[in-house]
Write a protein that binds this ligand. Structure first.
Ligand SMILES: *Cc1c(COP(=O)(O)O)cnc(C)c1O
Length: 359
């Protein structure tokens, strides 16, 4: 069996071991005579999967007691709206740090619901770096950041924000890619389909004290407290996606946890950034060096013609998903946790070869 060199931005590569495990128990999960998809979400067998998945997240991210771990639906995009619905009250201002398209989308939803401000932005420079100058106040309703900018290929290296206001982060494209100072954050969220599993489940990790801010008159399903009070079983959760998340978390644990994964991710990213840096300008990285993402490597060649030739040849050679996002063009290699070092080495070799033939 030939597996693709999968550099898709999301949904993205999953570990082969995880897919094989899921395949092996697809029609008969734990001697139930049923697929995990066919189990009642109220059954003992499913509840075990559900609770074990929460425990694995708590263990791997070292989540303290005062946080809830929730499994929601609607993707990161629904979180863009739920956050201001739950935490932005009249007379308050929510502070958004803009570091790319996803932060803009988060801000757009908040603007529909209340007062906002922009406490930092690199938009003027086409989001080539993480904003350095950041203006936050302890009175902000909350401060929102995007920890990894999937489209532009930048990533917060340290979280250089000091505030007493709740810090909220969209970690959709780098959750569990490295150890995380979780105590700094009041809420983090991530759609699963980049680093955690298939699409369909959104992980939210939030301080319990935040529930107090939620207004009574919100629709039931849009209140975080509804899901927290019922252990994310208020209504039918995406059971198969949560089961896949469970297997991915076990894979992360077997591969050294966040520390081990981080080490591997650094090595993978270095392979590609090295080619860019040694190419004498043949490959032009989008991100400034100190803001480079270890998850999404974004670059251009010297002309649109060369970009297209590169992408076509890469495709012929079996590399999938290297086109830049439709809003920025160019090339992007998404190298999330499950993308193998072998795939990155193969891409490095192809990039060097392509340069030798085309410069
Ligand atoms: C992919 C992505 C999203 C969108 O996620 P959906 O689950 O499709 O809503 C939001 N934020 C970031 C940082 C992303 O990478």
């Amino acid at each position: 069996m030939k597996r693709a060199h999968n550099f898709n931005a999301g949904p993205a590569a999953l570990p082969l071991e995880v897919l094989e495990k899921a395949q092996s128990e697809l029609t008969n999960f734990n001697n139930t005579g049923m697929s995990v998809m066919e189990l009642s979400h109220r059954s003992k067998e499913y509840e075990e999967v559900h609770n074990e998945t929460i425990d694995l997240l708590k263990e791997l991210i070292r989540i303290p007691e005062e946080y809830d771990v929730l499994f929601l639906q609607g993707g990161a995009s629904l979180q863009f709206a739920m956050i201001p619905m739950n935490f932005l009250r009249e007379g308050q201002t929510a502070n958004y740090i803009l570091s790319g398209s996803w932060s803009e989308k988060a801000l757009k939803e908040a603007k529909l619901l209340g007062e906002t401000k922009i406490g930092g932005s690199s938009k003027e420079d086409n989001y080539t770096y993480i904003p350095n100058e950041i203006d936050v106040s302890d009175d902000d309703a909350y401060v929102h950041i995007t920890s990894n900018n999937t489209i532009f290929g930048t990533q917060w290296q340290d979280f250089h924000i000091e505030t007493k206001a709740p810090l909220i982060a969209d970690m959709s494209s780098d959750i569990l890619s490295r150890p995380l100072p979780i105590e700094k954050f009041s809420l983090i969220y991530a759609g699963a389909q980049k680093n955690l599993g298939p699409s369909g489940v959104t992980v939210v990790i939030m301080k319990k004290e935040l529930h107090e801010k939620t207004p009574e008159n919100l629709p039931t399903l849009l209140k975080y407290s509804t899901h927290a009070d019922k252990n994310s079983l208020y209504h039918t959760p995406p059971t198969f996606a949560i089961y896949m998340l469970n297997l991915v978390l076990k894979w992360v644990k077997e591969n050294g946890g966040p520390e081990g994964i981080e080490q591997r991710n650094k090595e993978k990213a270095e392979l590609l950034y090295d080619v860019i840096d040694r190419s004498n300008g043949f490959y032009i990285g989008h991100a400034e060096k100190e803001s480079r993402s270890n998850m999404n490597v974004t670059f251009n060649l010297q002309s649109e013609t060369l970009n297209q030739r590169f992408l076509e040849e890469a495709k012929e050679k079996g590399f999938v998903g290297l086109n830049g996002h439709r809003s920025v063009g160019g090339c992007r290699a998404s190298i999330y946790n499950a993308v193998t070092k072998e795939s990155c080495e193969a891409l490095r070799d192809f990039m060097i070869d392509f340069q030798n033939k085309n410069q």
